[in-house]
Design a protein around this ligand. Structure first.
Ligand code: NAD
Length: 453
């Protein structure tokens, strides 16, 4: 059994029986059959159905928000995410209408009477293993492009957000996507493993690096779309607008109880302005209270343990760091000033409201430390000077912000990380769910001079 729990109170909302291995495999087989008919529909038909989904989402915004809030305990209005998804439906339907075959040049002297073109066809059945932190948005940014492209999806929501996952399935079906083209299976890690080891045609996964590595080792040869953890650095340059940088970083590090892949997790501030920045950052943060709980008690305990270990090892606690009493899994906004980078709290992703700060000599040292990481999801640079902003070019990350942070492109487009944060491609989300077929056609046929005559 798995349980949906309200993290703000710790109370169980509902329990669910996990989908069995046989049921997972049956779901994949049903999806495989249904996918053929779905892919055979015209693009226009699929575009209409996904367009209808936007209308349904507008009508149901409040209900979706309530379900998500119950399971994750949001601080931000989910309406913002819904707006992005609705804008994304418009973006993807227009974008999809423009994906055409590519006619390839053929030299008639080398290949007479030959035509060549590349077409883009669906991957087939996608196994989607979902995440919980922005459960509605994260699921939709996969479902929309993947369905438009003609794929079927077998989706396993995170065990923390089963109700949201089932709500999404209901809305997608209501829009007109056939039942077997979008199937939700229910469960935790074990059901995730069943999908990994199944014969789905591709896997899309959002979650931690350890799970990503398990998938790479166990999925066999197939496309893997992995969106993994991050440890985003922020570099505060000597010429930063300190007041604004402090506000931006306070938002970027503590938003969503620190449970965001692209949150600011490490801050490298140049020595000459460090005192001023720390004062401002502390001042701003005093005004922020931790309004959102962490997802589970064990997630909070893990974060607290890392904070305590850092203090024991010599980090200075600037504020926070105390386990609160009372209901729910709240953790206070916490900042640590570290004398060096050899701390778990800065080497590994801390998925909670903890900001690790280092004072560095200059920008070059900041860039060196920022890049000395297995992660490469995002990074931010804070400066008012164009020349300093060029530091962004030296940063090894999939997304770099200058004077802002934690702002993805529409539907998380091109948000893939470098290094272990992802398997980066140059494709957008729609193209990830398509594969290419190169066609070389020789009509009318004649003997090629290089064949045996
Ligand atoms: P997790 O990897 O433990 O779980 C994510 C999903 O994978 C859940 O559905 C879970 O049931 C399933 N799962 C767990 N172990 C599995 C296994 N061995 N095989 C198959 N499925 C398995 O993730 P988490 O720790 O709960 O989530 C936080 C992580 O997610 C952080 O690292 C965060 O940065 C990352 N994240 C990344 C992005 C992104 O877009 N890059 C977005 C959100 C979160």
């Amino acid at each position: 059994m798995i349980a949906s729990i309200n993290p703000a109170t710790g109370t169980v909302i509902k329990k669910f029986k996990e989908t069995s291995k046989k049921e997972v495999n049956d779901a994949i087989e049903r999806a495989r059959k249904a996918q053929q008919a779905w892919a055979a529909k015209s693009r226009g038909e699929r575009i209409l159905i996904i367009g209808k989904l936007a209308e349904i989402l507008k009508k149901r915004a409040k209900k979706i928000g309530t379900t998500v809030k119950q399971e994750v305990g949001y601080s931000l209005p989910t309406e913002m995410e819904l707006e992005d998804i609705i804008a994304g439906i418009d973006y993807y339907t227009k974008r999809y209408a423009k994906i055409n075959d590519i006619n390839m040049p053929v030299d008639p002297r080398l290949q007479p009477n030959t035509q060549a073109w590349v077409e883009f066809v669906p991957q087939g059945v996608i196994g989607h293993i979902g995440i919980w932190n922005y459960p509605f948005w994260q699921t939709m940014i996969t479902a929309i492009p993947a369905l438009l492209a003609g794929n079927a999806i077998v989706y396993k929501p995170s065990e923390y957000v089963t109700l949201t996952g089932l709500k999404i399935e209901e809305l997608i079906h209501e829009a007109g996507v056939p039942k077997d083209v979008y199937i939700t299976v229910v469960g935790g890690k074990d059901v995730g493993k069943m999908i990994v080891k199944s014969n789905v045609d591709a896997i899309t996964f959002t979650g931690g690096i350890d799970t990503g590595e398990y998938i790479v080792k166990n999925a066999g040869i197939k496309p893997l779309i992995l969106e993994l953890g991050g440890n985003d650095p922020a570099i505060v340059c000597q010429d930063a607008n300190i007041g604004q940088a402090a506000k931006g970083i306070a938002y970027g590090t503590f938003v969503h109880a620190g449970q965001s892949c692209i949150r600011t997790k490490r801050v490298y501030v140049v020595k000459s302005i460090a005192d001023k920045f720390l004062k401002e950052f502390t001042h701003i943060t005093q005004k922020l209270s931790a309004t959102m709980p962490m997802i589970r008690a064990d997630a909070r305990a893990k974060v607290h343990k890392a904070v305590q270990a850092a203090i024991k090892k010599g980090a200075k606690l600037l504020f926070g760091g105390k386990l609160p009493e009372g209901k729910g899994f709240y953790y206070p906004n916490t900042a640590l000033l570290l004398p060096h980078d050899n701390f778990e709290v800065i080497q590994k992703e801390t998925f909670g409201p903890v900001c690790s700060i280092r004072i560095v000599k200059d920008q070059d040292e900041a860039v060196k430390l920022a890049n000395a990481s297995q992660y490469g999801l995002g990074a931010s640079v804070w400066t008012q000077n164009f020349t300093s902003s060029l530091v962004a070019r030296k940063i090894q990350a999939g997304t770099v912000w200058i004077n802002t942070c934690q702002e993805p492109l529409i539907c998380g487009e091109y948000n893939q990380g470098w290094k272990k944060s992802s398997i980066p491609t140059s494709q957008d989300r729609l193209m990830m769910f398509l594969k290419k077929k190169a066609n070389i056609s020789h009509i009318p046929m004649e003997l090629r001079p290089w064949w045996p005559q």
